[in-house]
Design a protein around this ligand. Structure first.
Ligand code: ZN
Length: 427
């Protein structure tokens, strides 16, 4: 089984669970992730003030259906959790079709798809169904059952920390609040989970904090409870929509020139993959919260086709066929390359900055015959020596020299061994 197939299997296992911004679906999701990663699960009580928000009541579903005039169920939560509007309040009623229709949501442009709808902060109920099904409903009286609970409880999120050799942190965040939607939430969860596992085996320099939280209210809750520690975050990525066939899209942090912005751009450009780099906007996923002006964290967002830009977005067509193993694996590989780059990026100082140091005498010049990249390696050494003035990072050097980061890092290693570069500080 390929890594991509393993990631897809995790997506498929999580797919049927009815998640929302609170409730048992989030807990079950975290239990599944918890088999692969040690999670610290946090439960924050309803009513807790978090920044300008309040943790809402907890929502859970026992059952929900609509039965037609002949008594048969025509819409049933048991068939798909998308059929029930998220946060629907309880109701048991009988009503004529015209009245029922006011509570039905469809997608006329995609008559076979079921939309996903929510009403987190207004007390309503509703069902979602295909236009084709709704068009076929006969006149008559319909029985409606929404057997949900909306009560004081908790908001649930989880953290996983991969300890590093320093306290400087990299934040990796994904949302866990969508029901049966595969690309939007589950792809990010799968990639983040595997990335954490890979990092744990690599003894990283940075400490990596993975956040699995419901969108918006979850990240706001986390920020409210961690205000004193966000200063440790050196880099961050929000992961979402990483399994569809579209090319990769990186949305820069609000700062626009953070090291993470430069690192992802370098990896994508050098990879030869089709990709897009877009500037920050205050819309999308939880980068909205991390990049709010009071925090302004260096956090970007990596997706394939971004938020709301694919037709299957927030519909039943965002399913296990839209997300493919090879795209999940490709996304994971890019995340890994970005992380490896951050790990190796440093500022060095040239210890012989007056004139060029004599490379030949130190066995560094022309003595690397046979290397297929001899010329690039030599150029890389000259660039590293020239720009290692304490201000430029190796990534700055790579971008300026138009050489791959790995070639620049390799040259720096050789120069350091030869005593021409000073060891950098921890960061
Ligand atoms: Zn979404």
């Amino acid at each position: 089984m390929t890594v991509g197939e393993e990631l897809h299997r995790l997506v498929a296992e999580l797919y049927p669970i009815c998640r929302s911004i609170t409730g048992d679906g989030v807990r079950r999701t975290l239990e599944v992730i918890g088999r692969e990663l040690e999670l610290q699960v946090r439960e924050v009580p309803t009513g807790t003030e978090v920044l300008d928000w309040t943790v809402p009541r907890e929502w859970n579903v026992r059952d929900a259906w609509v039965a037609g005039p002949d008594g048969r169920r025509v819409i049933d939560f048991a068939d798909s959790n998308l059929h029930l509007m998220g946060y629907s309040v309880p109701v048991r009623a009988t009503m004529p079709l015209a009245e029922l229709r006011q509570h039905l949501h469809t997608l006329p442009d995609h008559p076979d798809w079921v939309p996903w709808r929510t009403s987190y902060y207004a007390e309503r109920w509703g069902f979602c169904a295909s236009q084709r099904l709704v068009d076929r409903l006969p006149e008559g009286d319909y029985r409606v059952c929404v057997d949900t609970t909306l009560a004081d409880g908790h908001l649930t999120y989880a953290e996983h920390v991969v300890p590093g050799r320093t306290d400087d942190e990299v934040l990796i965040s994904c949302h866990v609040c969508h029901p049966s939607l595969a690309n939007d939430n589950l792809s990010g969860i799968a990639v983040a989970t595997r990335l954490a596992g890979m990092l744990a085996r690599s003894r990283p320099r940075y400490t990596y904090r993975f956040l699995f939280a419901p969108g918006t209210i979850g990240s706001i809750t986390w920020l409210a409870r961690n205000e004193d520690r966000v200063g440790r975050i050196r880099h961050g990525l929000v992961l979402a929509c990483l399994g569809d066939p579209g090319g990769l899209t990186y949305k820069r942090s609000r700062r626009g020139d953070a090291e993470i912005d430069q690192a992802v751009a370098h990896v994508l450009r050098r990879s030869g993959r089709p990709h897009r780099l877009v500037d920050f906007s205050p819309y999308g996923y939880d980068e909205r919260q991390f990049c709010s002006p009071g925090f302004n964290l260096p956090v970007g967002c990596l997706s394939r086709t971004p938020y709301a830009q694919y037709p299957e977005y927030h519909t039943s067509a965002d399913d296990l066929d839209l997300v493919r193993p090879e795209h999940l694996q490709d996304s994971l590989e890019v995340c890994w390359e970005v992380v490896q780059l951050l790990e190796a990026n440093r500022r060095y100082r040239n210890l012989f900055p007056k004139g060029e140091p004599q490379l030949g005498r130190r066995g560094l010049y022309g003595s690397i015959g046979g290397r297929s990249d001899a010329e690039a390696h030599q150029m890389a050494m000259l660039w590293v020596l020239n720009l290692s003035d304490g201000d430029h990072t190796l990534l700055d050097v790579a971008d300026r020299a138009e050489l791959p980061f790995a070639v620049i890092a390799d040259a720096a290693r050789d120069l350091e061994r030869a005593g021409l570069l000073s060891s950098p500080a921890a960061r």
